[in-house]
Every structure is written in C-alpha cells, then in structure tokens.
Design a protein around this ligand. Structure first.
Ligand SMILES: Cc1cc2nc3c(=O)[nH]c(=O)nc-3n(C[C@H](O)[C@H](O)[C@H](O)COP(=O)(O)OP(=O)(O)OC[C@H]3O[C@@H](n4cnc5c(N)ncnc54)[C@H](O)[C@@H]3O)c2cc1C
Length: 421
C-alpha cells in the first residue's frame, strides 16, 4: 500500500494485487524511531495517529528479567539537539487500525485494488513480463514491486536469488489484554538463561490494551506440542513464568469461551539481490528482520519509498539502470544483515549475554542499532559513494560484534559459566 501511494502521487497508474484485503492478525506494533517520518510521508503524521487512537507514544524500551530487575533504554537527549534534531518519541500502533487508515488514503488516490492472489509470474530473462492471478486475470505492467511478505517472497523465489539466513526458525504466539493502565514503552520480558534466548513482548497499542507475545525457537515449541501441550497452554505457561505477566493469565481464565493465542512462524533471512531490470522487492519479501529489533515496519516503509523513487526517476526509460538497482539491493541487504546478525550474536545467543550480562548486552545492541537507523534516515544514502560508505560502516559494526561473540565463546569463558551454573 505504501509503495502504491508513493507511485500514484507521482502520477503513475497503479494496480495493487492483494490476496487478503481483510487483515488477518497483522503484527508490527512497536515502531522504531525512524518510522514516524516515513508514515508522515504517506499522510499519517504522528499527531493524527495519536489523536485518532490508532497509536500510543513509545518513549523507550524496557528489558525486564524474571527476577524483577529491569533496565530502561532511552535514546540519548543529544539526539534531539542540532544537528540531529531527532524526535525522541516514536509510536506503538494498532496495526489493524493503521492498515485501515492507510487503505483509506490508498483508495482515495484512485489505485486499483485487485483482490486476488498472484499464482504465476511470467519472465523474460531477468525481467518480469506479466503476472497471472488465481482468478485468471493477466496483469501486464512496465514496472513491478513485490511486497508479498516473507512466506511468499514471490520474485526472489522465481529468480532463485541467493539468501542469507539467521538463527533458527522461530514461533510467535500472541494475544491482547485489557489493563488498567500501561507504560509509554515497549517491554521485553526475558529469561537470561545460559541457552538461546526466549522472550515475551508487551506493547501498549491503546492506553488500556496491551499486545503480549512470546517468541521461541520452533524446535522448543515442537517439543512441547509433542508432549501434548496446546498452543494456548504453552503461551500461558510462559506468561506465568514472569511475575509482571502472571495476572494476565489469571484474567483470561475468567473469559469464556477462551480465545486461542494467535500464532505464526518465521525464519530471519535476507535476499542478496532485491532489484532487477523492471522489478524491485520490498518489505519482508526482501528481508525478514527479527521482531526483537522493532525494525520490520520501518524497513518495509523505507523499501516502499526507495523502490518507488527508482521507478519514478526512471519511468521514461526501458529499465532501471544497473548501478541504482544494485545500490538499492545493497542498502536493503546491508541494513537487514546488520540487524539480524547483531541481535543473534548479542542477545539471542548466550556467549555475549553470559559474559557481560543481559543489560550491558542490551546496550551493545541498541546503541549501534538505533544510531544506524537514525544515521540512515538523516544521510539518505543513494549514490555509489554514500551507499558504499554506509555499507562499510554497517559491515565494520557487524564484523566487530561477530568478533566479540567469538571472543566471548572461547572455552575459558564457557567453562566459567558452566562452573557458575
Ligand atoms: C511475530 C512478529 C512480530 C513483529 N513485530 C514487529 C514490531 O514490533 N515492529 C516492527 O516494526 N515490525 C514487527 N514485525 C515485522 C512486521 O510485521 C513486518 O515487517 C511488516 O508488517 C511489513 O510486512 P510486509 O508488508 O512486508 O509483509 P506482510 O505484512 O506479510 O504483507 C504481505 C502481503 O502480501 C500478500 N500476498 C502474499 N502472497 C501474495 C500473492 N501471491 N498474491 C497477492 N498478494 C499476496 C499478503 O496477503 C499480505 O497482505 C513483526 C513480525 C512478526 C512475524
């Protein structure tokens, strides 16, 4: 929808093919600090979203451990001053309502919404010639953007593009709860165990409604299912482990009939190439970034803006020139690789957490991750020089964190942990 709006505003005739026009359990509720400006560009400024009750303020992130200790991660005040002038607040959103507001803007632009599923893509060499839908419509266009999400990733699969994968396959289960009051921040409840980390998000999407979700490696959920536990039982057992969440399970026990937690599974991955002669890939179809980074919506909106920018700039040519197409791919790739690699090495995997403690590990992740997102938004790298410099910066940080992970994994540290536990 975001890409369609940008293209229609530039005067292009746009069709958007959407397999499920009615949202089924959309996620992506805690937004990064770079998201408000991207939403504003689509006609949804922060003040409007707050006034309409579509969003709540997100001022910070809280990491809360099982023993009740917690650490608050707040963007430094210096970021709010010149020359950065960053708005130090971002948003939590009710995704169903946000999609509804976006759809109203989308329809007002005269974009043709095709409620159908793409089932076949006809190609000629590295170009897309036409797409066919389940109901038999053939759609021919000069340019194509694939925003089909991480389960479909239509064009990367058709063109068999190389992919980088991060961490194990994970399962998320979540539900919504009514609470007397909520805090203006996203809370991550974590069990700082010496193994791979599992965590629970708590996001206030309205002042009295929180979204609570549990993320776990797929294998761990499979093992519990094989022991006969239902998804709801796994979800409730996990919430009961955290003192701050226990009351929620108690509340749901009074609800009759009991609603099952929503569930999805995903694998973090990034495609190495996301642009061709007449096509671009955007959002999770290009890169599935781990939910703990709160970066998926920002990335999708950013891809939509940059992909449309390329089409608008080269609309009178036969193809997107190779260099700008390669730079688009490189920017999407290096940002998503950085986020996925950093969160896996520093927080999910245990060596760094065990060595420096979960709160310091939170700093080691959030300081570079938040800064890189803001630098990207300010610098808006586009050409060869700016994109290369930015890629080098991201690669340096990524390799440094990998090296730190390796250093913390050395046998002497592992044995210290083993002795301590
Ligand atoms: C558990 C979980 C929690 C998350 N939490 C956060 C968070 O807190 N903050 C954040 O920023 N991000 C979060 N994310 C990521 C965020 O949800 C996504 O990155 C964001 O919604 C963008 O998704 P998208 O539009 O690329 O893909 P999707 O939302 O998956 O949309 C893809 C669309 O393509 C359609 N489609 C698929 N195949 C076809 C086809 N063949 N033909 C036609 N249409 C098709 C689908 O119907 C769907 O509407 C989370 C993700 C998960 C899995």
């Amino acid at each position: 929808m975001a890409a369609s709006i940008h293209l229609a505003e530039a005067g292009l005739r746009v069709s958007c093919i959407e397999a499920e026009p009615v949202d089924s359990d959309p996620v992506g509720e805690s937004l990064d600090w770079s998201a408000p400006a991207l939403l504003k560009a689509l006609g949804l400024p922060m003040e409007y979203l707050l006034a309409q009750g579509i969003a709540t303020y997100k001022r910070h992130v809280v990491l809360k451990l099982m023993n009740g200790s917690e650490q608050h991660y707040i963007p430094g005040e210096w970021l709010g001053k010149p020359p950065y002038n960053v708005d130090l607040q971002t948003l939590h959103v009710d995704r169903a309502q946000l999609n509804h507001a976006l759809r109203a803007i989308f329809l007002a632009k005269g974009i043709r919404l095709v409620s159908d599923r793409v089932v076949h893509v006809e190609t000629a060499g590295r170009s897309v010639k036409r797409v066919m839908t389940a109901q038999g419509e053939r759609i021919v266009a000069k340019w194509y953007i694939d925003a089909s999400g991480s389960n479909a990733s239509l064009l990367p699969r058709i063109f068999d593009l190389p992919v980088y994968e991060y961490g194990p396959r994970k399962v998320a289960m979540w539900d919504y709860f009514t609470v007397p009051e909520s805090i203006e921040g996203t809370t991550l409840h974590a069990d700082p165990c010496p193994r791979y980390m599992e965590w629970v998000w708590q996001i206030p999407i309205h002042p009295n409604t929180i979204s609570v979700g549990y993320v776990s490696p797929g294998e761990a959920v499979k093992e519990k299912r094989q022991r006969g536990l239902s998804v709801q039982e796994i979800f409730e057992t996990q919430l009961q482990r955290f003192p701050a969440l226990r009351g929620l399970v108690h509340d749901t026990a009074q609800d009759t009939p009991k609603q099952q937690a929503r569930t999805t599974s995903f694998r973090c991955r990034v495609f190495a190439r996301t642009a061709g002669p007449n096509w671009l890939v955007a959002g999770e179809a290009a890169a599935m970034v781990d939910p703990m980074t709160s970066n998926g919506v920002t990335a999708a909106l950013r891809h939509a803006a940059e992909a449309s920018e390329l089409i608008i700039r080269y609309r009178n040519r036969k193809r997107i020139p190779r260099l700008p197409a390669a730079m688009y791919s490189q920017r999407m790739l290096s940002l998503a690789r950085f986020f996925n690699s950093a969160i896996e090495n520093v927080l999910y995997d245990s060596p760094v957490r065990n060595r420096i403690g979960p709160f310091k590990a939170g700093d080691v992740y959030t300081i570079p991750a938040w800064s890189m997102n803001l630098v990207y938004s300010r610098m808006r790298p586009r050409g060869l020089v700016a994109t290369t410099l930015f890629r080098l910066l991201l690669a340096t940080l990524r390799y440094s964190l990998c090296a730190f992970h390796w250093w913390c994994s050395r046998p002497q540290f592992s044995s210290q942990i083993a002795t301590a536990t």
